[in-house]
Design a protein. Structure first.
Length: 132
């Protein structure tokens, strides 16, 4: 548990150092990215604000954050909640209707040429098994 916390602390410190090395314009862009969806990423916005180089920049970022949060809130209202469509069941297979006056071969196919049983009907399909 202690090792996991230590790793998380190191990752957090690395993200903070990266943000601190950015220009104010880059930090503004990071703040905008953190609020791109229907809500703002609290951890990301907190890191951006903490990385501000001056009190003036921090106040500017806080003002921008409140504007971005309001816009994200509006987007969440405008976006209808996703509803999973009701699962559709595939249509049951329709029973194969055999043509009237056709001969059924023993392999399950219907003879495309024979309408009556005669020599040679279904000879390549295992012989004649049924007639309509």
């Amino acid at each position: 548990m202690h090792e996991q916390t230590s790793t998380e602390d190191k990752q957090l410190a690395a993200r903070h150092a990266k943000l601190a090395a950015m220009t104010p314009a880059q930090r503004e862009h990071e703040l905008q990215s953190a609020c791109a969806g229907t809500s703002c990423d609290a951890e990301a916005t907190k890191l951006v604000l903490a990385a501000a180089a001056s009190t003036q920049e921090r106040k500017k970022l806080e003002h921008q954050l409140s504007t971005l949060e309001a816009a994200a809130h509006q987007r969440s209202k405008a976006t209808p909640p996703r509803q999973n469509p009701a699962p559709t069941r595939p249509a049951p297979p329709t029973p194969r209707q055999e043509p009237v006056g056709r001969v059924c071969c023993c392999d399950g196919t219907v003879s495309p040429t024979c309408t009556t049983v005669h020599r040679g009907c279904c000879s390549r399909h295992g012989g004649v098994c049924a007639c309509n």
